[in-house]
Design a protein around this ligand. Structure first.
Ligand code: URA
Length: 210
């Protein structure tokens, strides 16, 4: 696997993903599983966070103990499905700052259209984790990363649940510096831009809109 893409093959991640793919899984369970699986993926995507040391006293003696260095990380949800991944990351990193990028996919052209952007201050000094469950064509993901870079971000990771080879290739071409962490690299996109075998429309499944 290239540095650019990390597929988390932990058995708990794969088990939960299978339950999420199953079309018989209810909205409530789907959302709960997404929160749980995101927490496990967040563990992987934060693996290289920088550490410094703090001098502390344990009940036994003094020590220089490791502690996170630098500014709090910024978590950016690509609306609307990205919101389903916020809680899982925030459970692991409760002090993260949170931003939102609103893009919708034009169903004709499959191109992203921006309608909202709000990011935490000081992006250039933070690790920025952009979250969106489905890396499909990669067009909206690449556009979201463009906006984050324009806002100053320099150290960005992309966290998703499923990735299509087409989306990974598009991201690699547009943003080779942005590492992707996912639970699965699926087979392909269908003619409508859906991931196969996939799990359907992630937003609809988590919010019960269909
Ligand atoms: N967005 C989704 O929600 N599902 C797909 O399969 C592709 C894009």
């Amino acid at each position: 696997m290239s540095e650019h893409l990390t597929v988390v093959d932990h058995p708990l991640v794969q088990h939960k993903l299978t339950l999420m793919r199953d079309k018989g899984t209810s909205t409530a369970v789907f959302r709960q599983l997404l929160r749980e699986i995101t927490l496990l993926l967040a563990y992987e995507v934060t693996r290289e966070l920088k550490l410094t040391t703090r001098h502390i006293e344990t009940p036994m003696e003094e020590m220089d103990a490791p502690i996170l260095a630098g500014k709090k990380l910024a978590l950016v949800s690509i609306l609307r499905a990205g919101n389903g991944m916020l809680d899982g990351v925030l459970e692991l990193v409760p002090s993260a700052r949170v931003g939102f990028v609103g893009l919708y996919r034009d169903e004709e052209t499959l191109k992203p259209v921006q309608y909202y952007f709000k990011a935490p201050e000081g992006l250039k000094d933070r690790l920025v984790i952009a979250v969106d469950p489905m890396l499909a064509t990669g067009n909206s993901s690449a556009a979201a990363i463009d906006l984050l870079k324009e806002a100053g971000a320099t150290d960005i990771r992309f966290l998703c649940l499923l990735a299509a080879p087409e989306g990974v290739a598009r991201m690699k071409e547009a943003h080779p510096d942005v590492n992707i962490v996912t639970a699965s690299l699926d087979r392909e996109l269908n003619s409508k831009g859906y991931i196969m075998p996939g799990l359907g429309d992630a937003g609809d499944r988590m919010f019960g809109t269909k």
